[in-house]
Design a protein around this ligand. Structure first.
Ligand SMILES: NC(=O)c1ccc[n+]([C@@H]2O[C@H](COP(=O)([O-])OP(=O)(O)OC[C@H]3O[C@@H](n4cnc5c(N)ncnc54)[C@H](O)[C@@H]3O)[C@@H](O)[C@H]2O)c1
Length: 154
């Protein structure tokens, strides 16, 4: 059977490195896209590595050069503190990056994307353990204080 190819965005990061290792151990072809400038073979990178920003135009090169079956999207700025300090950078690397990954996935017929979100969407949870029924902060802001969201956007 031909091996399936998984594109791991943010594959040079903390979760990404473990994900890549697990995929390789389970017989997948792995392609990494990460804006960190490390080369294939360096720092434990043992698969095809593209040093690219997923919001940039040349991100698409990966799809021209590889038949990507699945995407695990981990490229992000995970720090909540940084998102408060640098909201526009955060918006680009988290929101715009995800939109771009989904847009290109659609263009190249990639049907499955795994997206790693963050527990921060729940802020201070109303109960534990957190489950899928719990209200997310953004939903709460939009429904209860739309003027707050509008003030960010205008
Ligand atoms: N670490 C955790 O405990 C944890 C828990 C829950 C969810 N998550 C989520 O998992 C994801 C990955 O977290 P992590 O801890 O591995 O973070 P990390 O910072 O270690 O790794 C993120 C990687 O993404 C890359 N990256 C960022 N923006 C990019 C862009 N625009 N283009 C290309 N590469 C880009 C960075 O260079 C980095 O290598 C995040 O979305 C985070 O919110 C992490």
């Amino acid at each position: 059977m031909t091996k399936k190819t998984v594109l791991v965005t943010g594959g040079a990061g903390f979760i990404g490195k473990h994900t890549v290792k697990a995929l390789l151990n389970n017989n997948f072809n792995v392609v990494v896209a990460d804006k960190k400038d490390v080369k294939e073979g360096e720092k434990g990178i043992t698969c095809k590595y593209y040093s690219v920003d997923v919001t940039a135009e040349d991100f698409e090169t990966i799809f021209k050069e590889n038949k990507v079956d699945y995407i695990i999207h981990l490229a992000a700025l995970p720090s909540v503190a940084d998102s408060i300090k640098m909201p526009l950078v955060d918006c680009r690397d988290n929101y715009q990056a995800t939109v771009n990954v989904c847009t290109i996935a659609k263009k190249y017929g990639v049907k499955k994307i795994v997206f790693s979100s963050t527990a921060a969407v729940y802020a201070n949870p109303q109960y534990l353990p957190v489950d899928e029924k719990m209200y997310m902060v953004l939903v709460r802001i939009v429904s209860e204080k739309p003027e707050l969201l509008l003030s960010f956007l205008t």
